[in-house]
Design a protein around this ligand. Structure first.
Ligand code: NCD
Length: 305
């Protein structure tokens, strides 16, 4: 198994490491009390340069449940970043004050830079449009919990496949398994980036689809994402594509009995509230699984460092 020094890209960890994280997450979910003192005396820094609800709170909850403590900022305007401090210098401070760092930043490559300057493990809590590795891990955990095995699943990814950073991380993770089939559904303007697709070419069976209804009956998982308004270079394109896909009970009228609907959240209209009451809805449980998965990530990364 590889070293687990940092987690800034799913590409940096192998399938064995992914499986160890999922296994540890299961052990923690089954018996959280057994892990309640694993991080006694340890401190997590959460430094967030972009808004977050789930990622920051679930990492903080994870550290507190492991017996550790948390410090950080969620509004860079209140830190010296506002005065022009660089990522490198901010990280040098965070590693002096803590044992592990979770950073969310709007710039591509920022996670890598942080990991190069940090003396303690750096975990990406979302890096620009590039990646969101811990989200992919909690997504895999949710699928595994549901189906027992990831091999053989058929998964539809719907929405903003261009600017949503959960998508590249998920595709890189799927490419490590056998027999996962992926359908990509999106408006033309929001198709997955060529750089991402070329990374998985020959490693993952995927196809770009025009019409969700034609293949929805084959899916085990429909993974919906938000149109990333804040990342569009021009708002007129956003205006044209927003609202172009909405999952309602009607959309799900002809799906496999055990099919589930996932979403990294926040949703802003892509899934109607009526779907929340349906047996397929798994997005709130998915968010809760973030706590077990992030506890496992912290536990394993600090075990090794
Ligand atoms: C995602 C993100 O920040 O990329 N949110 C999350 O962490 N659950 C998805 C999004 O913002 O659409």
């Amino acid at each position: 198994m590889q070293n687990f020094n940092h987690l800034v890209s799913i590409k940096d960890i192998d399938k064995e490491m992914i499986e160890s994280i999922l296994k540890r997450a299961k052990e923690i979910e089954n018996n959280p009390k057994e892990f309640a003192h694993r991080m006694d005396g340890k401190i997590l820094s959460t430094i967030f340069f972009e808004p977050s609800t789930r990622t920051r709170l679930s990492f903080e909850s994870a550290m507190l449940r492991l017996g550790g403590k948390v410090l950080g900022f969620s509004d860079p305007k209140t830190s010296s970043v506002k005065k022009g401090e660089s990522i490198a210098d901010t990280i040098r401070m965070a590693h002096s004050y803590s044992d592990v760092i979770v950073m969310r930043h709007y710039l591509e490559g920022s996670g890598r830079v942080a990991s190069e300057y940090s003396k303690v493990p750096v975990i990406s809590g979302g890096t620009g449009i590039q990646e969101h590795p811990t989200q992919a891990l909690l997504d895999l955990y949710t699928m595994k919990k549901e189906f027992g095995d990831l091999n053989g699943l058929t998964i539809g990814l719907l929405g903003d496949l261009r600017y949503g950073r959960t998508i590249p991380s998920l595709l890189y993770a799927f490419a490590k398994y056998e027999n996962i089939k992926v359908y990509l559904y999106s408006p033309d303007q929001l198709r997955a980036r060529m750089t991402v697709l070329s990374d998985i070419e020959g490693k993952l069976d995927y196809s770009v689809e025009e019409d969700l209804q034609q293949t929805i009956g084959e899916l085990d998982v429909l993974y919906v994402t938000r149109v990333q308004k804040e990342r569009f270079p021009d708002l007129s394109t956003y205006e044209r594509v927003k609202g172009s896909f909405i999952i309602t009970p009607d959309t799900l009228s002809d799906v496999k009995e055990k099919m589930i609907v996932m979403h990294p959240l926040p949703r802003v209209g892509e899934i109607s509230y009526e779907v929340d009451e349906m047996s397929q809805a798994r997005y709130f449980e998915q968010a809760r699984n973030g706590v077990w998965t992030r506890m496992a990530i912290l536990d394993l990364i600090l075990e090794e460092n």
